[in-house]
Each structure stands twice: as C-alpha cells, then as structure tokens.
Write a protein that binds this ligand. Structure first.
Ligand code: CA
Length: 228
C-alpha cells in the first residue's frame, strides 16, 4: 500500500487525472494535481512529492520541458504518460531524466506496479548513499563519520576510527598488524606494528570494556578480527 507517499499528477485531461487520483487514494497514497505544465512545474518543485506522474502533451509548458526544468534541481522519480506510438517522446523523456514511462491508454494495475518499482528503486538508492557498517551492535556511518554502540554515540580519534572501519569492512577476516598499520597510518609510516596493539587497546576501552561487549578478537601471532 501507499504508506502515505505523495504523488503529483500533472495531466490536462481532467477525467484521467481524477480517475488516477481515486485509484491512488484507494491504494493509500496522498495526491496532488495540476492541469497544465506551468502549474505542474511549480508544484513539482515544492519538494513535497515522492513521485510525479507527468503527461507529455500539456498546455502552456509540455511535459518534456517540465521534466528538463525539474531535473535541474530535483531527483524526484518521474513516470511519463505518453501517447501511443510517440516513440520520440519516450526516448527524449528518458534522456531528459524520466525514470519510466507508460503508454496511454494504460491499465491502472500496470501504472500502480510501475509506481511501486520507481518508489522502491528510489528507496534503494537512498540506502546506497548511506554506508553503514555494523557488527555486534556497533554501527559506523561513514558519510556522517559517526560511530554508535547500542545507539549511543562514541567519540573516536582519527586513527581509532580508521582502525575500526578497516576491521568492520573486513568483518570475519583476520587482519594482520602490518595491513592494519598501512591502513591506519599510511604506507610510508614504517613504524612498529605493535602501534596497532595500542590503538586496539584504546578502541577496546571505548567500546568493548565500556559497553561490555566482545567486538575485537585477538588472533594470536597474526592480528585482529571482528567476528559475527
Ligand atoms: Ca495531455
């Protein structure tokens, strides 16, 4: 079901717009409508829509022009409603940044399916942007440079952070001290590998000991591993 996602319908044929709106409301979506390109673009740019259904043949500003202007500032999913056999519209529509198109007349079930796919794809993209490494209740959100243990933020120094990240990226793989030293201190460091033992001790103090968990395991004579 729609889960309250908002869909903007830009369509000058009011009958079609109303029909689609009723079906969307029935599916649990919220809706908004515009009957020409100019009004449509204005509403499309308000940032409140999760997806836009955009007719190509529109008065005042055609759908492709609406799409081109919208794409300058917005990545909101757009499904084009094109006339039958308007191959050029489909091609230039996809070139202009449409996520999908559907040919009129369409079966409402097909439209609903396309909407679900476009919304899902967008959700998946968002997840990809946010890389979160996780093990034993410890999360590392790399974009935000944030480490949490049991949902509580933990402050780490740069090298502690890099060490934890390297171990989380290689979860269940034993990392030897030299490899870790290269990652944490850089290849030209050339220092003692037991420096890694020092940073592991700091990390254990801030995470394992403080929260009573067993995150970093020692593999005697080799190095360290985060197991799950
Ligand atoms: Ca039209």
């Amino acid at each position: 079901m729609g889960e309250g996602k908002k869909i903007l319908i830009i369509e000058d044929e009011e009958k079609i717009a109303r029909f689609v709106e009723l079906e969307l409301l029935h599916e649990g979506y919220r809706t908004d409508k515009a009957y020409n390109g100019r009004e449509g673009l204005e509403k499309a740019l308000n940032g409140e829509n999760d997806l836009i259904l955009l007719d190509v043949m529109l008065p005042e500003l055609n759908g492709l022009e609406v799409l081109r202007r919208l794409r300058k500032s917005s990545e909101v999913p757009v499904i084009l409603l094109t006339a039958r056999d308007a191959v050029m519209d489909k091609v230039s529509g996809l070139d202009s940044g449409a996520d999908d198109y559907i040919t009129k007349p369409f079966a409402i079930e097909e439209l609903l399916a396309r909407i679900r796919v476009a919304l899902k794809r967008k959700g998946a993209d968002n997840k990809e942007e946010e890389t979160v490494l996780e093990a034993c209740g410890v999360t590392l959100a790399d974009e935000r440079h944030e480490v949490k243990v049991c949902k509580e933020t933990v402050e780490l120094t740069h090298r502690e952070y890099e060490l934890l990240k390297a171990l989380l990226l290689n979860k269940n793989i034993v990392m030897d001290r030299e490899k870790l030293l290269n990652i944490v201190c850089g290849y030209d460091y050339g220092g003692e590998t037991n420096l890694i033992d020092v940073y592991v001790r700091y990390l254990r103090g801030k995470i394992d000991d403080r929260f009573g968990i067993k995150l970093i395991h020692t593999v005697r004579g080799v190095g360290y591993v985060i197991k799950e």
